[in-house]
Design a protein around this ligand. Structure first.
Ligand code: NAD
Length: 711
C-alpha cells in the first residue's frame, strides 16, 4: 500500500522531473514540436540523438495501457523506426508513476476468450516491436511500475529508476498473471524462483531490491537522470552479475525434474492461501513455468491463451469488479482539502492504531487517553510499526516526530478533525463531546469510531451536530483499508468531505453509509456469526461449521472469526443489533453465555470456542463434513442483510456494498460480494432456499423485500 510518506518523497522528486520536463519541452526543436502534438497519450521529443517518448494518458491521473494507448504506441514506434535516433527513452509524465498496469475497465468488457486472445496478440506485437528496435532502448521508471507497465519496461534494453518506485506484478490479486510477454521476459532476466515469487505473491519491490535482482540496471536521483541516460545511450550497462546462489540454481532449474519439485512446492504454498478451485491463476502460472521455462516462443503463446481464459472467467471478472468499485470509492471528486492535524481520543486497540497510521501517512497527530500508560503503550506499538514500514531511518524518525503524546488533550484546539475512539458507551461519549466541543476549532470535524451507537443519539449533546460524522475503522486499522464513512440526517456536507479527505490522505477506502444499526458491515456480518453459534448449540462441531464457510470461500469460518474478534465484543454487537433491529435474530446461545461467564473470550484469552496455539485455533480432524444447509444458514442471512441495506438506503450502491463486504468482512472475494454472488448463483433459487429455511429453522430466514430487485 502506498503511504503518504512515499508520496511525499515522490512529490519532491517529481517536482524536479516536472521542471526538467518543461525545460526539455522548451528545448524541443520545431520538428519535435510537430510530433509532440500528434497523439493524445504520448509525446515524442528529441534531445540531440536521443528520442524521448513520454506517456501521458489524456484525462487520466495515472497511465494505464488501454487499447488506444497501445495503438498510439505502435504509431510512435513506427515514427521512431523511421527517425532512427541513437537511443530511445520511455518514461511517464504522470506524477503518480510510470504505468499502473492494464486498463481494468477494458478487461471487464471482454466478451469472450477469442476476443481477449485477439486483443492480447495485437498488444504483444506492439511490445515485440519495441523490443526489436535497433537503437538502444531505456525505460526511466518512477512511482508505480506495475503489471503491464513493468512488462513494457522489460521489453526495453535497460531500466533506470529515478527516485523512488514500486515495481511488481499485482495481476494475481485480480485472478490473472502477466499477459504482455512479461512471463518469459522476467524469467529470462532474473532468478526464476524470485521471478515466480514476484508473480505469485503480487508483492511490489523497491528499487534497491530490483537492482539486486537485476530487474533494473541503475537507481539514481531525478536530477541525475539525464546524465545517466546519456551515459547509458553511449555504453549501455554491464548487466547483472549472477550471485553464487543464482549460478548454482540456474543450471539445476533448467532440468524439468528440478522444476517439477520446485513447482510442487509453489503449488501447495499457493493453494494454502488461495484454493485453486476458486483461484485458478497461480496454478496456471506455475504449470506454464514447469512445462515451458526456457522456451520463450511456447511460453508466449501459452501466456496469451492462459490469460485469455482467465480474464474472461468468473474469478477474474469478479475480482476486477471489486477492484473497480474500490477505485471508485477511493477517488471521488467531492473531498475537501486534507486535514493537517488529527487529534485522537482513546489510545486503545483502535485509537492507537488509527493515530499510528495517520502519523505514518504524513499527518500531524496528537493522542489522548485518560490512562498515560495507554498512550505509552500505543506509542510503543506505533514505533514498532514505523520501524517495520520504514525503508529508511528518516521515514521512521519523521513518523515518530509527527505522533505526539498529549495527555492534557491540548491538540483538540488545533485539530482539523478529532477522532473519538473511547469505549463503546453512549453516556461516556456524550460527556466527552460536551467537554471537547467548546475547545475545537469552529469548523473542525468530530468523527466517532463507534461500531454500534446511532449517530442520532450521540449528537444529542452537541451544539453543532452537523460537524459529527462516523469513521468506522475495522480492526486492525493499520491493515484493514475499509472505513465506513457514516452520515446522519443533520450532517454538514463539508464535514463528510473532510472525513473522506482524511481517508484519502491515509490511503483507506471509504464506504459511504447512513447511520443505522450495525451500519453495513456489522449488520451483515453479525447474523452470520450468531447463526454459527446457533448451529453450535444444535450440536454441530465448530470445525464443521467453519469448514462450510471456508468451502464457500470465506478466509476464516465464523466460529474462529468470533474467537478472533473476541466473544465479548461479538456478544455486545449482537445485543445492540438485537435491541435496534425490528426483525428477529437468534437469542444468545447457552454456550456463548457460559464462555463469557468463564472469561474464555477467544484468542485474546487463549481459549474461546477453540483453544488457540501460536496465533491459530487448534482444530480436530475427522469431524462430519459440512452440508449445503449449514452453508446456506451462514451465507444467506448475509446476502439478505445486504439487500435490506440497499432497500433501506443504508448504502446506496450495490457495488459499494459488495466491495465493502469483501474488504471489511472478507466475503469470498472471487465471488465478487454478496449481491453479485446472489445474481450469479440464481436469485430465485437462493430466495426459495430462504423461504424453506424460514419454515424449517425459524422466521429469521424470511427473505427481506429487498430480494425483489433481483427476482
Ligand atoms: P479500548 O478499550 O481498547 O480503548 C479505549 C481507550 O479509551 C482506553 O485506552 C481507555 O483508557 C480510553 N478512555 C476511556 N475513557 C476515556 C476518556 N473519557 N477520554 C479519553 N480516553 C478514554 O477500546 P477499542 O476497542 O479501541 O474501541 C474504541 C471504540 O472503537 C469503541 O467505540 C468501539 O466500539 C470502536 N471499535 C472497536 C473495534 C474493535 O475491534 N476493537 C472495531 C471498530 C470500532
Amino acid at each position: 500500500m502506498g503511504t503518504g510518506q512515499d508520496m511525499q518523497g515522490r512529490r519532491n522528486n517529481m517536482d524536479d522531473f516536472w521542471s526538467a520536463l518543461e525545460d526539455r519541452e522548451r528545448e524541443l526543436g520545431p520538428e519535435d514540436a510537430r510530433s509532440a502534438g500528434a497523439w493524445a497519450h504520448w509525446r515524442l521529443g528529441r534531445e540531440g540523438d536521443i528520442a524521448w517518448l513520454i506517456a501521458d494518458r489524456r484525462d487520466a491521473r495515472v497511465n494505464t495501457l488501454s487499447e488506444p494507448v497501445m495503438a498510439e504506441l505502435d504509431e510512435a514506434l513506427a515514427q521512431i523506426e523511421r527517425d532512427a535516433p541513437k537511443a530511445l527513452v520511455i518514461r511517464s509524465a504522470k506524477r503518480a508513476g510510470f504505468f499502473a498496469g492494464a486498463d481494468v475497465r477494458e478487461l471487464m468488457h471482454l466478451r469472450s476468450a477469442s476476443e481477449a486472445r485477439a486483443q492480447l496478440s495485437r498488444a504483444h506485437a506492439i511490445v515485440d516491436r519495441l523490443e526489436a528496435l535497433k537503437m538502444r532502448t531505456l525505460a526511466v521508471l518512477h512511482g508505480h511500475v506495475l503489471g503491464g507497465g513493468l512488462e513494457l519496461a522489460l521489453a526495453c534494453d535497460h531500466r533506470i529508476v529515478a527516485g523512488d518506485a514500486r515495481l511488481g506484478f499485482p495481476e494475481i490479486h485480480l485472478g490473472l498473471h502477466p499477459g504482455l510477454g512479461g512471463l518469459g521476459r522476467l524469467l529470462a532476466l532474473v532468478d526464476p524462483l524470485e521471478a515466480m515469487r514476484m508473480m505469485l505473491t503480487g508483492k511490489a519491490i523497491d528499487p534497491q531490491k530490483a537492482l539486486a535482482l537485476g530487474l533494473v540496471d541503475a537507481v539514481t536521483e531525478e536530477r541525475h537522470v539525464r546524465a545517466a541516460v546519456r551515459d547509458a545511450a553511449e555504453t549501455g550497462f554491464e548487466g547483472h552479475k549472477p550471485t553464487l546462489k543464482e549460478r548454482i540454481q540456474s543450471p539445476l532449474l533448467a532440468s524439468h525434474g528440478a522444476r517439477k519439485l520446485a513447482a510442487d512446492r509453489m503449488r501447495s504454498e499457493a493453494a494454502r492461501k488461495a484454493p485453486p478451485e476458486h483461484y485458478p491463476a497461480p496454478a496456471a502460472l506455475i504449470q506454464m513455468w514447469e512445462d515451458h521455462a526456457g522456451d520463450p516462443e511456447e511460453l508466449r503463446s501459452r501466456e496469451i491463451e492462459s490469460f485469455a481464459q482467465l480474464v474472461t472467467g468468473r474469478t477474474a471478472q469478479n475480482l476486477l469488479r471489486v477492484f473497480t468499485s474500490r477505485e471508485k470509492m477511493k477517488h471521488r471528486s467531492d473531498s475537501a482539502p486534507p486535514p493537517r492535524h488529527v487529534h485522537v481520543i482513546g489510545a486503545g486497540a483502535m485509537g492507537g492504531d488509527i493515530a499510528a497510521w495517520c502519523a505514518w501517512s504524513g499527518l500531524r497527530v496528537s493522542l489522548t487517553d485518560l490512562e498515560p500508560t495507554a498512550i505509552a503503550s500505543a506509542i510503543g506499538r506505533a514505533a514498532e510499526l514505523f520501524a517495520k514500514l520504514g525503508h529508511d531511518g528518516i521515514a521512521t524518525r519523521d513518523a515518530r516526530d509527527r505522533l505526539i503524546p498529549d495527555p492534557a488533550a491540548a491538540g483538540v484546539a488545533h485539530a482539523d478533525i478529532v477522532i473519538e475512539a473511547a469505549p463503546e458507551n453512549l453516556e461516556l461519549k456524550r460527556k466527552l463531546y460536551a467537554e471537547i466541543e467548546p475547545r475545537m476549532k469552529p469548523n473542525a470535524v468530530l468523527a466517532t469510531n463507534t461500531s454500534s451507537l446511532p449517530l442520532e443519539e450521540l449528537r444529542g449533546s452537541l451544539r453543532r451536530a452537523g460537524r459529527l460524522i462516523g469513521l468506522h475503522f475495522f480492526n486492525p486499522a493499520t491493515r484493514m483499508e475499509l472505513v465506513e464513512l457514516v452520515r446522519h440526517d443533520g450532517v454538514e456536507a463539508d464535514a463528510l468531505a473532510t472525513g473522506r479527505a482524511l481517508l484519502e490522505a491515509i490511503d483507506h477506502v471509504p464506504a459511504a453509509v447512513r447511520s443505522a444499526p450495525g451500519f453495513l458491515v456489522n449488520r451483515a456480518l453479525t447474523p452470520y456469526l450468531i447463526e454459527a453459534m446457533a448451529l453450535l448449540e444444535e450440536g454441530h462441531a465448530a470445525e464443521t461449521i467453519d469448514a462450510a464457510a471456508e468451502r464457500f470461500g470465506m478466509p476464516r469460518g465464523p466460529i474462529a472469526l468470533a474467537d478472533l474478534v473476541g466473544l465479548d465484543v461479538c456478544a455486545a454487537v449482537a445485543d445492540s443489533l438485537r435491541r435496534q433491529l425490528d426483525r428477529p435474530l437468534p437469542a444468545p446461545s447457552r454456550r456463548l453465555r457460559e464462555q463469557l461467564e468463564k472469561g474464555l473470550l477467544g484468542k485474546k484469552t487463549g481459549r474461546g470456542f477453540y483453544r488457540w496455539r501460536d496465533g491459530e485455533p487448534v482444530k480436530r480432524n475427522n469431524l462430519p463434513a459440512p452440508t449445503q444447509e449449514i452453508a446456506d444458514r451462514l451465507i444467506l442471512p448475509m446476502i439478505d442483510a445486504c439487500l435490506e441495506c440497499l432497500r433501506t438506503g443504508v448504502a446506496e450502491d450495490e457495488q459499494v456494498i459488495d466491495a465493502a463486504l469483501v474488504l471489511g468482512a472478507g466475503f469470498a472475494p472471487f465471488r465478487g460480494g454478496p449481491i453479485q454472488h446472489a445474481r450469479s448463483a440464481g436469485p430465485r433459487l437462493l430466495h426459495g432456499r430462504m423461504w424453506a429455511l424460514s419454515e424449517k429453522v425459524g422466521e429469521r430466514f424470511c427473505p427481506d423485500p429487498g430480494w425483489d430487485r433481483l427476482l
